[in-house]
Design a protein around this ligand. Structure first.
Ligand code: FAD
Length: 450
């Protein structure tokens, strides 16, 4: 079978798109720059050889396409460890609490609760597939999320929102359009869904790691997935597409799906050039910045102290911590994120210095034993040439309203996929699956038309 469709990128979106097209009898070829599939999902290894997730890992209620895909691929989930007390460490005041309500104090809590419901109400007015059509979209898109946060009367609520922003977007609130944050909340369902563990987006993990999803999809597509094949240029003509690889090789097809975050799509040369709006869009959806570290211990000792291993802090280095131990608790793993401006600061530092700084912070937040991990397993996503930051792309002010319609619109024989293009759960694995499926359906329609 020849290539009807060439797919650039073997992340979850590109592979799901390829699988759906192949199921429909379409000939596909997937070109992947890295020497592995999975993109922003990747296996790391704990000292005993067990897999640990270096990239995307959690799924939760509402992410229906992900659960369905796992079923299809014969993969199972287990719950994120969510028992015991969480730690909130603000202004060097460490408190523990259980449940979903942080011990912020009466005024700050009321301030936070009222802004959560205000944000939720505003988000319900957004069309998740076309945020630029929202009433007052220009106004909402002219404001940063930091401007919105700064209007809160209490310091506790302001601090908490800034922490949540970094935890959800891996960037600073000043980089985000308010309209983008509202769109994100609308696409996920609620603020609570985004931040909760049990009942929220952090509820479950995949047995064996999420990187298994792409591995299984690629096995099903074999030999249509080509690794070590970075695409440098795409030529489109009346009769088909001609995709040029870095080594000069060319792959031809009738249509092409570029399954990359917009900013990486912008690093490919297009002949003829993209329309101005799509080209400008690729210049204006920057990635977040995150380093994900796993500090490994011989056992999850914090559980014995009645702690969940989950912590939020406004202190230096790391502000979000989770228990990421294997399901059988055979060793203890504390997951610490370094996000946003902190990731840019700590990324270039020597690994030993970064690990020691994180271990020292965890000792303050979780307990003194955290100071002595037996190993650290980390991935700095800002240095990955074929991700250039993570968790995903975000839209700064003005982008949704000026360039939003160009995000998903095909350009002749060129189609777009990837979590940044999703109309639900953008930024998440769920968004990648949905985008892959939706683009496959669009491509099938287009192939029928010629
Ligand atoms: P990608 O995975 O980025 O796939 C794009 C592919 O294209 C990559 O394989 C890349 O190598 C390839 N490529 C790039 N340029 C070229 C080129 N020129 N030629 C050929 N190939 C190219 N999501 C969740 O749902 N839950 C989480 O808990 C979660 N946590 C995260 C934590 C971290 C640290 C990170 C990094 C991400 C996290 N995410 C999470 C996000 C999730 O991983 C992504 O949304 C999802 O994996 C994106 O899939 P994708 O297929 O759209 O893009």
């Amino acid at each position: 079978m020849g290539n009807d469709v060439v797919i650039v990128g073997a992340g979850v979106a590109g592979l799901v798109c390829a699988q759906r097209l192949a199921e429909a009898g379409v000939g596909v070829q997937v070109l992947e720059a890295r020497d592995r599939v999975g993109g922003r999902t990747e296996h790391g290894r704990l000292p005993d050889g067990q897999a640990i997730e270096l990239g995307g890992q959690w799924i939760g209620p509402g992410q229906t396409r992900m659960y369905a895909l796992l079923d299809e691929l014969g993969l199972t989930t287990f719950p994120t460890y969510d028992h015991g007390e969480h730690v909130l460490d603000l202004g060097q005041d460490r408190r523990t609490y259980s449940g979903d309500t942080p011990p912020l104090g009466g005024f700050a809590l009321a301030d936070l609760a009222s802004s959560v419901s205000r944000l939720h109400r505003q988000a319900q007015r957004i069309d998740p597939a076309a945020p630029w059509t929202t009433k007052h979209a220009q106004h909402l898109d002219a404001r940063t999320f930091e401007t919105w946060i700064a209007r809160h009367p209490t310091r506790g609520a302001r601090t908490f929102w800034r922490l949540l922003t970094r935890a959800i977007f891996a960037t600073e609130p000043a980089n985000l359009s308010l309209l983008h944050v509202l769109t994100y909340v609308r696409q996920a369902g609620s603020v609570e869904t985004l931040i909760d563990t049990t009942g929220g987006a952090q509820q479950d993990r995949v047995v064996g790691g999420t990187a298994r999803i792409a591995e299984r999809l690629a096995e099903g597509l074999d030999p249509a997935v080509r690794l070590g094949a970075p695409v440098r240029a795409i030529h489109t003509g009346d009769r088909g597409v001609d995709v040029e690889l870095a080594d000069g090789d060319r792959v031809r097809g009738r249509r092409v799906v570029v399954a990359l975050p917009p900013t990486l799509a912008g690093r490919i040369a297009y002949h003829p050039a993209l329309p101005a709006d799509r080209d400008l869009l690729t210049q204006r959806v920057p990635m977040g910045a995150v380093i994900k570290l796993h500090l490994v211990y011989d056992r999850p000792w914090w559980r014995e102290d009645g702690l969940s291993g989950q912590a939020l802090s406004d202190g230096p280095v790391t502000q979000v911590v989770f228990d990421n131990s294997p399901p059988d608790g055979s060793c203890g793993v504390l997951l610490a994120f370094i996000e946003g401006a902190d990731a840019l600061h700590w990324g270039p530092r020597p690994a030993e210095e970064r690990h020691a700084a994180v271990a020292a912070r965890l000792a303050e937040m979780i307990g003194p034993a955290a100071a002595h991990p037996v190993a650290v397993v980390e991935r700095d996503w800002t240095t990955e040439p074929y991700s250039r930051g993570c968790y995903g792309g975000h839209l700064p002010p003005g982008v949704w309203t000026q360039l939003g319609p160009a995000l998903r619109r095909p350009v002749g024989r060129l189609h777009w996929a990837g979590t940044e293009h999703a109309t639900a759960w953008t930024g998440y694995l769920e968004g990648a699956v949905r985008s892959g499926e939706e683009t496959a359906a669009d491509v099938l329609d287009a192939l029928r038309d010629g």
